[in-house]
Design a protein around this ligand. Sequence first.
Ligand SMILES: Cc1ncc(C[n+]2csc(CCOP(=O)(O)OP(=O)(O)O)c2C)c(N)n1
Ligand SMILES: [Mg+2]
Length: 566
Amino acid sequence: MNEQATKRLTMAQAIIAFLKNQYVERDGREQPFFAGCFGIFGHGNIAGIGQALQQMPEFRYYQARNEQAMVHSAAAYAKTKNRLQTFACTSSVGPGATNMVTGAALATINRLPVLLLPGDIFARRNVAPVLQQLESEHTQDISVNDCFKPVSRYWDRIMRPEQLLTALPEAMRVLTSPAETGAVTLALPEDVQTEAYAYPDAFFRKRIWHIPRNRPDRHSLEQAAAWIRASKQPLLVIGIGTRYSDFTTSSKTAFQNPEVHFININVAPLDAYKQFALPLAGDAKVTLEELLTLLDGYSVDPNYRTNAEQLHTAWEEEVERIYTIRNTPLPSQGELIGAVNELSDPSAIMVCAAGSLPGDLHKLWRARHPKNYHMEYGYSCMGYEIAGGLGIKMAAPDHDVYVMVGDGSYLMMNSEIVTSIQEHYKLIIVLLDNSGFKSIGALSRSLGQDGFGTRYVYPHNGRWPTDAAGADVQTLPVDLAANARSLGAHVIECKTYADFVAALNTVQTTDRTSVIYIQNDRYVAIPNYEGWWDVPVAEVSEMSSVQAARAEWAAMRAVERYFLEQ
Ligand SMILES: Cc1ncc(C[n+]2csc(CCOP(=O)(O)OP(=O)(O)O)c2C)c(N)n1
Ligand SMILES: [Mg+2]
């Protein structure tokens, strides 16, 4: 083989030629790492990446409606594929690029691999400012793509075509790293994308990236086993793959027992060390296998087990109570969740991200397989739902995908309904309309602010009606069902719980993306039980309700814990 053989390609052609030859392998299973490229073309990428994709149709191009949405689709796809496969996303320069920043943050926070290829301003600079260019009086070495730096796990700007020879392998190392993965951004100046270079043939040979199952330190593993064996009725928290977010720890008010210890099994050291834990930094599967071997013969006290079983049964009864509420005139969200859970195929995948639904689903959803519950609750990004649902359906086309979305999230981003229809990926979208933000409305009331700014109603005499206005408000002439229909979806409008059940049956046989629209009650809520969320309340206020909320907040703030010892 002639190592010196080269091929003249544009920088953009070289990227696509490289990406299509990248494979991953884990547990002996090999597959291409990229399923293709999402993109929206403009002057910043059409003649570069756009031309390369046209020339290499075997690297499939998917047209999206919104750049943020396409990154969400890529991230959801990667999550469904256990991070073993993802998409590249190409955008134009300027707003097309910055639209991807939110998607990048979501991917990085959720540790999901996505490759972002935003167009960038001219490297040769003579025609600057190009349309949509950010200028600076202090430097010419800046563009809006610098915004990607904090939200990317690897960031680079390719000012010369040959820089790909070192940049792309680094991009792949990060994308395929179980601990480091997230958004990788390669900013591509629009002129350099089109410039040719004699790339070595070797650069384009098939590469297989082995995805390791890292094993934890033996000493730490033995210590963990000793801790577990020594605990009579375990006061140990074993965190597997958790980021210990505020929802997980009730804003550090959970785990009040002074004896509490943490053992964290996590492939990312950042997470493994949280809560001053004994860190088992490694792949969860092999770490648990090794830990269980060391714990051979150990079992918890039978009373402890019985107690846990009783708590579980009591919880199941509570879920059943909420599933069978038949609220009128508008149904409650809990009973609608119950209907979706019970009437969807057991192999289905449910997706959600923001609003009051995530908290309710967390409590009420009965997951039936590991991918059944797809919750984006790292960034909790309104707008992820439908775009994410598309990515899931692309990754798992044989599974029904139920998108659970509130009216606020739907209004923020419903564009990928069109893409789902264009590509024949059927989504079942359950659109729960409560005329605004049920979640932030309840939060607002808990802070003494009476729902200010959370209802979708007309302002009255220049003021915002709060919840105190009750039904004495002027509603907006918005028709979300008609909106969905106008995008090409099959829409079923429901008024009652019975309509909703019938619609869930009907959508099993519809031929394309279908939207079940129903209004539901803004106030019937699922209890918080013992959970608490630290949302700071105004320290001084002219509102007595806020002063009262501040006093309640201060009492909880006082019991937030630091964990400073193993
Ligand atoms: C992009 C984005 N903007 C703002 C928020 C803050 N936020 C969280 S929930 C929510 C309201 C969601 O409304 P809707 O989708 O109707 O759900 P509901 O609360 O009514 O269940 C807002 C504004 C967010 N999570 N994401
Ligand atoms: Mg709503």
